[in-house]
Design a protein around this ligand. Structure first.
Ligand code: A5P
Length: 228
């Protein structure tokens, strides 16, 4: 059921993709639906070039026939379609539970338009009530950054996978910072980024132009500037 909602949101995002566009490809199970649907449009004749946000999405895109390019060759992306872990009423996001937050943020910032596709379980009244804030950290600085976040409150935990520290595509570690709900996402995003050793955080304030939320009663289109 949830997977079907994710697929519906992915299909709705395809309307924004036009012939000749450079398309940012997100990471995670919802973005994977989008990449597969985009692949089937490409096989039907649509011409696009994708810029992936992770090794995983790159592999999938190539498998389903989406041609890829790089930010070096195409520094401006027409539209990026990505998932999220939490979306607030103001359309601020928490991302990075899949571990691709840095490349996702780089791609989002190079994009003219960012569409976030989610199922209804990701919608939240206050950012940080459902997900921790992922913080990508250069390994050498992990203890210092952890100490600083602890001073600010909450509990930063080193992310593990199969009993070992999780290593991002960029060779870094991730702290999942369980934190009280966030009232000022723009300020907190800047504050975290100001800590030496932090590469970036999973707070994406002011990034989403459109959130497509698939709910059991239909698709909701949440546009920046309308009711937020
Ligand atoms: C990846 O780093 C994340 O930002 C994903 O966009 C996020 O985890 C959403 O994943 P799902 O679509 O699998 O929930």
């Amino acid at each position: 059921m949830m997977d079907e909602l994710k697929r519906q949101a992915a299909i709705a995002a395809l309307d924004a993709v036009k012939d000749g566009m450079i398309v940012g490809l997100g990471t995670g199970s919802t973005a994977a639906h989008f990449i597969r649907e985009l692949g089937s449009r490409v096989r039907g004749g649509l011409r696009v070039q994708g810029i992936p946000t992770s090794e995983e999405s790159s592999k999938l895109a190539l498998e389903v026939g989406v041609p890829l390019t790089t930010l070096h060759d195409q520094p401006v992306i027409d539209v990026t379609v990505d998932g999220a872990d939490e979306v607030s009423e103001g359309l601020d996001l928490i991302k990075g539970l899949g571990g691709a937050l840095v490349r996702e943020k780089v791609v989002a910032h190079a994009s003219n338009y960012v569409i976030i596709i989610v199922d209804e379980s990701k919608l939240s009244a206050r950012l940080g009530s459902k997900a921790p804030v992922p913080v990508e950290v250069v390994p050498f600085a992990i203890d210092a950054v952890r100490g600083q976040l602890k001073l600010w409150g909450g509990e930063p935990k080193i992310r593990e996978r199969e009993g070992k520290p999780f290593v991002s595509d960029n060779g870094n570690l991730i702290l999942d910072w369980w934190h009280e709900p966030i009232d000022q996402p723009i300020a907190l995003e800047k504050q975290i980024k100001g800590v030496t050793g932090v590469v970036d955080s999973g707070i994406f304030a002011n990034v989403a132009g459109l959130v497509i939320a698939a709910t059991s009663t239909g698709i909701r289109m949440l546009k920046r500037g309308e009711n937020n």
